[in-house]
Design a protein around this ligand. Structure first.
Ligand SMILES: CC(C)(COP(=O)(O)OP(=O)(O)OC[C@H]1O[C@@H](n2cnc3c(N)ncnc32)[C@H](O)[C@@H]1OP(=O)(O)O)[C@@H](O)C(=O)NCCC(=O)NCCS
Length: 202
Protein backbone atom coordinates (compact mmCIF):
# COMPACT_ATOMS: atom_id res chain seq x y z
CA UNK A 1 0.00 0.00 0.00
CA UNK A 2 1.42 3.32 -1.03
CA UNK A 3 0.37 6.64 0.35
CA UNK A 4 1.11 8.42 -2.89
CA UNK A 5 -1.44 9.43 -5.47
CA UNK A 6 -1.41 6.16 -7.39
CA UNK A 7 -2.34 3.63 -4.80
CA UNK A 8 -2.90 5.87 -1.83
CA UNK A 9 -4.93 5.07 1.19
CA UNK A 10 -7.41 2.67 -0.25
CA UNK A 11 -10.35 2.43 2.14
CA UNK A 12 -9.78 -1.32 2.48
CA UNK A 13 -6.28 -0.65 3.75
CA UNK A 14 -7.75 0.96 6.83
CA UNK A 15 -9.98 -1.93 7.83
CA UNK A 16 -9.26 -3.34 11.26
CA UNK A 17 -9.19 -7.04 10.48
CA UNK A 18 -6.84 -8.44 13.06
CA UNK A 19 -6.40 -6.09 15.98
CA UNK A 20 -3.45 -7.28 18.00
CA UNK A 21 -3.78 -7.95 21.71
CA UNK A 22 -0.77 -5.87 22.56
CA UNK A 23 -1.88 -2.79 20.64
CA UNK A 24 -3.12 -0.41 23.30
CA UNK A 25 -5.57 2.26 22.31
CA UNK A 26 -4.59 5.84 22.85
CA UNK A 27 -7.57 8.14 23.22
CA UNK A 28 -7.83 10.01 19.96
CA UNK A 29 -6.92 13.66 20.38
CA UNK A 30 -4.97 13.08 23.56
CA UNK A 31 -1.50 14.53 23.94
CA UNK A 32 1.27 12.11 23.13
CA UNK A 33 1.99 10.60 26.48
CA UNK A 34 5.73 11.08 26.62
CA UNK A 35 6.51 14.59 27.84
CA UNK A 36 9.54 15.14 25.62
CA UNK A 37 7.51 14.78 22.47
CA UNK A 38 4.26 16.41 23.55
CA UNK A 39 6.08 19.73 23.64
CA UNK A 40 9.13 20.40 21.56
CA UNK A 41 11.20 23.12 19.96
CA UNK A 42 12.29 23.38 16.37
CA UNK A 43 15.95 24.02 15.67
CA UNK A 44 15.29 27.77 15.55
CA UNK A 45 13.59 27.70 18.96
CA UNK A 46 9.99 27.80 17.69
CA UNK A 47 7.85 25.97 20.26
CA UNK A 48 5.56 23.29 18.91
CA UNK A 49 2.99 21.01 20.45
CA UNK A 50 2.50 17.52 19.09
CA UNK A 51 -0.73 15.62 19.45
CA UNK A 52 -2.77 12.98 17.73
CA UNK A 53 -5.21 14.30 15.15
CA UNK A 54 -8.80 13.16 14.94
CA UNK A 55 -11.89 13.71 12.84
CA UNK A 56 -12.56 17.06 14.53
CA UNK A 57 -9.34 18.32 12.96
CA UNK A 58 -10.62 17.67 9.43
CA UNK A 59 -11.09 21.31 8.42
CA UNK A 60 -7.64 22.17 9.80
CA UNK A 61 -6.05 19.22 7.99
CA UNK A 62 -7.73 20.22 4.73
CA UNK A 63 -6.58 23.84 5.07
CA UNK A 64 -3.05 22.62 5.84
CA UNK A 65 -2.80 20.50 2.70
CA UNK A 66 -4.36 23.26 0.59
CA UNK A 67 -1.67 25.65 1.84
CA UNK A 68 1.21 23.47 0.66
CA UNK A 69 3.19 24.54 -2.40
CA UNK A 70 2.82 22.56 -5.64
CA UNK A 71 6.35 21.22 -5.03
CA UNK A 72 5.52 19.93 -1.55
CA UNK A 73 2.27 18.41 -2.78
CA UNK A 74 4.16 16.69 -5.58
CA UNK A 75 6.73 15.36 -3.15
CA UNK A 76 3.99 14.11 -0.85
CA UNK A 77 1.62 12.56 -3.40
CA UNK A 78 4.04 11.82 -6.25
CA UNK A 79 1.87 13.55 -8.83
CA UNK A 80 1.01 17.10 -9.84
CA UNK A 81 -2.25 17.90 -8.12
CA UNK A 82 -4.28 20.96 -9.07
CA UNK A 83 -6.66 20.37 -6.20
CA UNK A 84 -7.09 17.77 -3.49
CA UNK A 85 -10.11 15.71 -4.47
CA UNK A 86 -12.88 15.12 -1.92
CA UNK A 87 -12.08 11.36 -1.78
CA UNK A 88 -8.41 12.08 -1.10
CA UNK A 89 -9.30 14.61 1.59
CA UNK A 90 -11.64 12.09 3.19
CA UNK A 91 -8.82 9.58 3.30
CA UNK A 92 -6.40 12.13 4.73
CA UNK A 93 -8.92 12.79 7.50
CA UNK A 94 -9.80 9.14 8.05
CA UNK A 95 -7.69 8.48 11.13
CA UNK A 96 -9.02 5.82 13.47
CA UNK A 97 -6.34 6.32 16.13
CA UNK A 98 -5.26 2.72 15.93
CA UNK A 99 -4.34 1.54 12.46
CA UNK A 100 -4.45 4.92 10.81
CA UNK A 101 -2.73 7.40 13.08
CA UNK A 102 -1.75 11.00 12.38
CA UNK A 103 0.38 13.22 14.60
CA UNK A 104 0.00 16.97 14.11
CA UNK A 105 2.52 19.64 15.06
CA UNK A 106 1.02 22.95 16.12
CA UNK A 107 2.82 26.28 16.46
CA UNK A 108 1.28 29.67 17.18
CA UNK A 109 0.46 29.84 13.49
CA UNK A 110 -1.59 26.64 13.71
CA UNK A 111 -0.95 23.24 12.18
CA UNK A 112 2.52 23.19 10.58
CA UNK A 113 3.19 19.50 10.07
CA UNK A 114 1.62 16.06 9.91
CA UNK A 115 3.17 12.62 10.17
CA UNK A 116 0.99 9.61 9.62
CA UNK A 117 1.06 5.87 9.48
CA UNK A 118 -1.45 3.46 8.01
CA UNK A 119 -1.13 -0.22 8.83
CA UNK A 120 -0.93 -2.77 6.09
CA UNK A 121 -4.16 -4.68 5.52
CA UNK A 122 -2.16 -7.92 5.59
CA UNK A 123 0.06 -7.25 8.57
CA UNK A 124 -0.95 -4.94 11.40
CA UNK A 125 2.67 -4.76 12.63
CA UNK A 126 3.74 -3.01 9.44
CA UNK A 127 2.63 0.48 8.45
CA UNK A 128 3.30 2.92 5.66
CA UNK A 129 4.44 6.37 6.79
CA UNK A 130 4.09 9.76 5.15
CA UNK A 131 4.99 13.28 6.22
CA UNK A 132 4.13 16.83 5.27
CA UNK A 133 5.72 19.91 6.80
CA UNK A 134 4.53 23.43 5.92
CA UNK A 135 6.85 24.99 3.38
CA UNK A 136 7.91 27.78 5.73
CA UNK A 137 8.79 25.27 8.47
CA UNK A 138 10.79 22.78 6.43
CA UNK A 139 14.43 22.10 7.24
CA UNK A 140 14.10 23.03 10.92
CA UNK A 141 13.92 19.58 12.43
CA UNK A 142 10.17 19.10 12.48
CA UNK A 143 10.23 16.06 10.20
CA UNK A 144 12.52 14.31 12.66
CA UNK A 145 10.27 15.17 15.60
CA UNK A 146 7.21 13.90 13.76
CA UNK A 147 9.01 10.66 12.85
CA UNK A 148 9.92 10.06 16.48
CA UNK A 149 6.44 10.89 17.74
CA UNK A 150 4.95 8.59 15.14
CA UNK A 151 7.32 5.83 16.17
CA UNK A 152 6.20 6.21 19.76
CA UNK A 153 2.57 5.99 18.73
CA UNK A 154 3.37 2.97 16.56
CA UNK A 155 5.23 1.23 19.35
CA UNK A 156 2.23 1.73 21.65
CA UNK A 157 0.08 -0.05 19.07
CA UNK A 158 2.35 -2.99 18.32
CA UNK A 159 3.58 -1.65 14.98
CA UNK A 160 7.25 -2.54 14.58
CA UNK A 161 8.08 -1.68 10.96
CA UNK A 162 7.59 1.47 8.92
CA UNK A 163 7.52 1.26 5.13
CA UNK A 164 8.09 4.32 3.02
CA UNK A 165 8.02 5.35 -0.63
CA UNK A 166 9.50 8.73 -1.48
CA UNK A 167 10.64 10.32 -4.71
CA UNK A 168 14.26 9.35 -5.19
CA UNK A 169 15.29 13.00 -5.66
CA UNK A 170 13.54 14.13 -2.47
CA UNK A 171 16.66 14.73 -0.42
CA UNK A 172 14.95 15.86 2.77
CA UNK A 173 12.65 12.81 2.88
CA UNK A 174 15.52 10.49 1.98
CA UNK A 175 17.67 11.91 4.76
CA UNK A 176 14.78 11.76 7.21
CA UNK A 177 14.12 8.08 6.62
CA UNK A 178 17.65 6.80 6.02
CA UNK A 179 18.71 5.97 9.54
CA UNK A 180 20.95 3.21 10.90
CA UNK A 181 19.18 -0.11 10.37
CA UNK A 182 16.95 1.13 7.53
CA UNK A 183 17.06 -0.39 4.07
CA UNK A 184 15.84 0.87 0.71
CA UNK A 185 15.93 0.33 -3.04
CA UNK A 186 15.29 2.70 -5.93
CA UNK A 187 12.50 1.58 -8.28
CA UNK A 188 11.08 3.71 -11.05
CA UNK A 189 12.31 6.99 -9.64
CA UNK A 190 11.06 6.16 -6.17
CA UNK A 191 12.97 5.13 -3.10
CA UNK A 192 11.17 2.29 -1.35
CA UNK A 193 12.35 1.28 2.06
CA UNK A 194 11.72 0.08 5.55
CA UNK A 195 12.70 1.30 8.99
CA UNK A 196 12.45 -0.54 12.27
CA UNK A 197 10.36 1.46 14.70
CA UNK A 198 12.81 0.51 17.46
CA UNK A 199 15.67 2.04 15.47
CA UNK A 200 13.79 5.36 15.27
CA UNK A 201 13.41 5.35 19.04
CA UNK A 202 17.07 4.56 19.81
C1 LIG B 1 10.33 15.65 3.81
C2 LIG B 1 9.92 16.51 5.01
C3 LIG B 1 8.77 15.83 5.74
C4 LIG B 1 11.13 16.60 5.96
O1 LIG B 1 10.76 17.39 7.07
P1 LIG B 1 11.70 18.63 7.50
O2 LIG B 1 11.16 19.21 8.74
O3 LIG B 1 11.84 19.51 6.32
O4 LIG B 1 13.07 17.85 7.76
P2 LIG B 1 14.07 18.00 8.99
O5 LIG B 1 14.42 19.43 9.17
O6 LIG B 1 13.54 17.25 10.16
O7 LIG B 1 15.35 17.26 8.40
C5 LIG B 1 15.38 15.86 8.20
C6 LIG B 1 16.69 15.51 7.55
O8 LIG B 1 16.69 15.98 6.20
C7 LIG B 1 17.75 16.92 6.00
N1 LIG B 1 17.19 17.95 5.15
C8 LIG B 1 16.17 18.80 5.42
N2 LIG B 1 15.92 19.57 4.35
C9 LIG B 1 16.80 19.20 3.41
C10 LIG B 1 17.04 19.62 2.07
N3 LIG B 1 16.30 20.59 1.52
N4 LIG B 1 18.01 19.01 1.36
C11 LIG B 1 18.75 18.02 1.90
N5 LIG B 1 18.56 17.56 3.18
C12 LIG B 1 17.61 18.16 3.91
C13 LIG B 1 18.10 17.42 7.38
O9 LIG B 1 19.44 17.87 7.43
C14 LIG B 1 17.89 16.17 8.19
O10 LIG B 1 18.96 15.27 8.04
P3 LIG B 1 20.08 15.08 9.18
O11 LIG B 1 19.36 14.59 10.39
O12 LIG B 1 21.00 14.08 8.59
O13 LIG B 1 20.66 16.42 9.37
C15 LIG B 1 9.50 17.94 4.59
O14 LIG B 1 10.59 18.57 3.96
C16 LIG B 1 8.28 17.95 3.68
O15 LIG B 1 7.17 17.97 4.17
N6 LIG B 1 8.48 17.96 2.36
C17 LIG B 1 7.35 17.98 1.42
C18 LIG B 1 6.53 16.70 1.48
C19 LIG B 1 7.39 15.47 1.41
O16 LIG B 1 8.40 15.44 0.75
N7 LIG B 1 6.96 14.42 2.10
C20 LIG B 1 7.76 13.20 2.17
C21 LIG B 1 7.17 12.13 1.36
S1 LIG B 1 6.03 11.20 2.31
Amino acid sequence: MRMNGNTALNPGDLAINNPTDHARHWPIGSPISTPDTARAELEDGTPVRLRLLDAEDSATIQAFFESLSPRSLHQRFHQRLQTLSPPLLRLLCGMDGQRHVAVGAFADAGLIGIGRFVCSAENARTAEVAFSVADSSQGRGLGKKLLRALAMAASERGVDTFLFTVLADNRAATRLLTIPGSSSVIRGGQLEGRVNVADVLR
